[in-house]
Write a protein that binds this ligand. Structure first.
Ligand code: SF4
Length: 72
């Protein structure tokens, strides 16, 4: 597996967040915006159960690189 090009999905049953490692610029915007969900030092690093779908979608929309997206 190519670790530099991972594509991972995280869901709370309502919305699914897709994260593409190759696009992530590690700006940490997501961590600053919603630290209860985006925890880069933990496994899984996206913890969907810790916020509402609305909060998660707002933070995903602020990802500058497009590494985070909502699966439609
Ligand atoms: S905001 Fe986007 S680019 Fe920045 S660390 Fe999070 S996923 Fe990566």
């Amino acid at each position: 597996m190519d670790l530099a090009n991972l594509k991972k999905e995280y869901t709370n049953g309502e919305v699914t967040v897709v994260w593409q490692s190759s696009k992530c610029s590690h700006s940490a915007n997501c961590v600053k915006n919603l630290s209860k969900v985006f925890k880069p030092k933990e496994q899984p690093w996206v913890q969907m159960e810790n916020a509402s779908s609305k909060e998660i979608m707002e933070t995903v929309s602020k990802c500058p690189s497009g590494a985070l997206s909502i699966k439609s």
